[in-house]
Write a protein that binds this ligand. Structure first.
Ligand code: CP
Length: 337
């Protein structure tokens, strides 16, 4: 890495390979991803206590900056920060000065002036968290909570934690991601994580109109037929049709999509009998998944939500630790410690 290399995967690591921002899974190796999963595992027990708190971020200020709507990600980041004992500020973008024309940079400068230690950012523009990480004051950590179609790294990691809990390991697993891969930041991060962690096969199942042109280059095989694609699966991950990101008619109709690619009990019966069913949410019942499957015995959809808190506690505490270590290293180089 050169001093000028500001690619997201270099920007997010300290010189000795610790997290200092969490922007993308690109460039993070298996050891670091496993460290995140192991750290999250150690936080699961905190959520089962009567007093659900540890002091790791005591005195720190975490700002949730969500420029796009969210239920799961925003709530679990807030709970994770509170369980780490941080002070949490949820900026309501609809009533903030952004609605009066203030730029993102000016909003951030003002929040930095309040001595914030961490920004959790969701934005419709791919690359927005990277842009912020490049310009933010040293010592402030940026966590990507989903940017455009680019990445949703904490979602992918909570999905990996859920898979590991149910399957024990990744080696040899056959995993399929079904539906609107084209518009999905979640799918891109999941494919990256599954490959790095050693999954046996990552398949995408979708009509051609909902696949990116170079999808195989992401590290997956492609299946257009759902019945063939479901065969022998250990894990099936359903995706929401992201109509807010669709330009033009990519589907004949939702009804036709559900007939061909919606997950019902008949299609699930084609997979391995212990196949688990996942969905990042929000789910659209009767569009990509049948209620009997979403609420059925093979569904781990709500486990994913619970695991979101532990994964976000892990990522926030690790990034803050990396920022502190980097600051200490710089002070020591200047002979100030
Ligand atoms: N999975 C996910 O990102 O859900 P939200 O949009 O509710 O945060």
């Amino acid at each position: 890495m050169t001093a000028n290399d500001s690619s997201p995967h270099h920007l997010q690591l300290t010189r000795d390979g610790q997290l200092r921002h969490f922007l993308t899974l690109d460039g993070l190796d298996r050891a670091l991803l496993t460290d995140i999963l192991d750290t999250a595992d150690s936080f699961i027990e905190v959520g089962e206590r009567t007093i659900k708190k540890v002091p790791l971020l005591r005195g720190r200020t975490v700002v949730n900056l969500f420029f796009e709507s969210s239920t799961r990600t925003r709530s679990t980041f807030e709970l994770a920060a509170k369980r780490l004992s941080a002070d949490v500020l949820n900026l309501d973008i609809s009533t903030s000065a952004t609605s009066k024309g203030e730029s993102l940079s000016d909003t951030l400068l003002n929040l930095e002036a309040m001595a914030s230690d961490m920004f959790v950012v969701r934005h419709s523009q791919s690359g927005a968290p990277h842009f912020i990480a490049e310009s933010v004051t040293p010592g402030v950590a940026i966590i990507n909570a989903g940017d455009g179609r680019h990445a949703h790294p904490t979602q992918a990691m909570l999905d990996m934690l859920t898979i590991r809990q149910h399957k024990g390991q990744f080696e040899g697993l056959k995993v399929a991601i079904v539906g609107d891969v084209l518009h999905s930041r979640v799918a891109r991060s999941q494919i990256r994580a599954l490959n790095e962690l050693g999954a046996g096969e990552v398949r995408v199942i979708a009509p051609g109109t909902l696949l990116p042109k170079d999808v195989e280059s992401l590290g997956c095989t492609v299946e257009y037929d759902m019945a063939r694609g479901m065969k022998d699966l250990d894990v099936v991950i359903m995706l929401r049709l992201q109509k807010e990101r669709m330009e033009g008619a990519l589907l004949p109709s939702e009804r036709e999509f559900y007939r061909l690619y919606g997950l019902n009990q008949q299609k699930l019966a084609l997979a391995h009998p212990e196949c688990i069913v996942m969905h990042p949410g929000p789910i659209n019942r009767g569009v990509e998944i049948e209620s009997a499957v979403a609420d059925g015995p093979q569904s781990v959809i709500l486990n994913q939500v619970t695991n979101g808190i532990a994964i976000r506690m892990a990522v926030m505490s690790m990034a803050m630790g990396g920022q502190v270590a980097e600051r200490q290293q710089k002070l020591s180089e200047r002979g100030q410690t």
